[in-house]
Design a protein around this ligand. Structure first.
Ligand code: IMP
Length: 427
């Protein structure tokens, strides 16, 4: 059974969780490898909707194991709330949820600093999710102040371990940002409680996954955010603080690249973005509002309205390149069911030049205008389609054009939020 990475090919919110949930049927392990509670992965099973921020979406399949690996910045408060909610809804995580003891923890001071950074005058406002992601990765990379699951669980007084860290962050919060300090005792007491709740789940997840692979088990890697939010390849500085691209699965989980068989890029049939930063095909008119309402495009983590625009093939070609995509999963085709005329961005015009590839330089990107091709909408419902042949001819033409322009074959098409509203290519 092949090892697969499922990741976002755009700016996040592509519908990865639904694709992961669909593919989990064939998997033994589902693994989060980067990001943290900034993700909001929504899965619909029958009439039930589940939103996960930390736990892999595969947890809804009761015979599968789920792993939160080294590369994730783990907010224990969110994880424990998700475990509790799943338990209340009859889904047990006992014995099948594993957390890397090397994962870094998101601490209350990370969230306070994220907020203070965003609110500070003079800085660049990224429009973050305020989940403490950037400050937690900053501490990890800085090394000195990082705080891992193993530090929380290891011997020694928690108060001693956290004291200097909290003091240093309080100094920053009060002296640089002019906001209230955090209560040291409250944090220590809270995290002492989390330690006992996390202990049964903590292990060496790289070891666990490599042993599973040696035994021929199928591992599915669940990316969070999207390619254009990658810290190295995205629209910097308007990005998240981790590697959302395929390489991140290997470094985050401690699994070698030679063990990966497939990389599936999830893309919407149009484009969305939350937070600030460039977005060449953004629609600032009624068409954008219409797509937002048709697709209920509001953030699963923050509730923010998403910016909406036409499908952009330059982005997909870039995603195919940096991730080595083996196929695409095209989602939300049904959202376009009532749109009479569709536009697809095939390239950018920058002055006299036509650029086929997404420019890495934001100053060039700023001057780019999309070059559009128009396609007729199909104006028929697609949600009941179960085979490619069930799709209206014009919808098939739209899918074929996306395949050609993206230079990547499509393996799955999603025509609704339910598990069964999924079409396998070749059907
Ligand atoms: P952060 O990851 O909270 O630091 O936010 C950095 C940027 O990534 C902001 O523009 C966020 O809106 C965006 N972002 C973070 N997580 C997600 C996600 O799961 N979906 C879409 N955008 C996200």
């Amino acid at each position: 059974m092949p090892t697969k990475i499922v990741l976002g090919a755009q700016w996040g919110d592509e519908g990865k969780a639904k694709i992961v949930d669909y593919l989990t049927v064939d998997a033994d392990y589902v693994v989060r490898f980067q990001g943290g509670a900034n993700a909001g992965h929504t899965v619909m099973v029958g009439d039930d909707t589940f939103v996960f921020h930390v736990i892999p979406a595969g947890i809804l399949h009761e015979d599968k194991a789920c792993v939160v690996s080294n590369g994730v910045v783990l907010d224990p408060e969110v994880l424990i709330a998700e475990v509790d909610e799943l338990a209340q809804r009859g889904v047990s995580t006992q014995g099948r949820l594993f957390i890397s003891h090397s994962a870094h923890l998101v601490m209350p001071y990370h969230k306070a600093l994220d907020k203070a950074d965003e609110e500070s005058q003079g800085g660049v406002s990224i429009g973050t999710t305020l989940r403490g992601i950037g400050p937690a990765y900053r501490d990890k990379v800085e090394r000195g102040p990082g705080f891992r699951v193993m530090d929380l669980l290891g011997p020694g007084s928690l108060s001693e371990k956290l004291k200097s860290r909290i003091e240093a962050k309080n100094a920053l919060l009060t002296r640089i940002y002019g906001v209230e300090p955090l209560d040291e005792e409250e944090i220590v007491a809270k995290y002492a409680g989390y330690a006992e709740l996390l202990r049964p789940y903590a292990t060496d997840t790289s070891m666990l996954l490599n042993r599973a692979l040696d035994e021929g088990r199928m591992v599915l890697f669940e990316g969070a955010q999207g390619t254009l939010l990658d810290i190295d390849h995205g629209t910097y500085p308007f990005v998240t603080s981790s590697n959302t691209t395929a390489g991140g699965a290997c470094t985050g989980a401690g699994v070698g690249p030679t063990r990966i068989d497939e990389v599936i890029g999830v893309t919407k049939a149009y484009t969305t973005r939350v937070g600030n930063g460039p977005f060449p095909t953004e629609l600032l008119d009624g068409d954008g509002d219409r797509i937002r309402e048709l697709g209920h495009e509001y953030g699963a983590t923050t509730g923010r309205p998403r910016r909406c625009g036409w499908f952009d093939a330059t982005i997909l070609r870039m995603a195919a390149r940096v991730n080595g995509l083996t196929s695409l999963a095209l989602t939300r085709l049904d959202v376009l069911d009532t749109v009479e005329t569709l536009k697809v961005c095939t390239a950018y015009r920058c002055g006299d030049e036509v650029l086929e590839e997404f420019p890495a330089d934001p100053q060039i990107l700023e001057r780019c205008e999309p070059v559009y091709e128009e396609l007729e909408g199909w104006c028929e419902p697609t949600t009941e389609a179960r085979r490619v042949a069930d799709l209206p001819a014009k919808a098939q033409a739209y899918v074929d054009r996306i395949t050609d322009l993206s230079r990547t074959p499509i393996s799955l098409i999603s025509v609704g939020p339910a598990r069964e509203s999924t079409i396998e290519s070749g059907s």
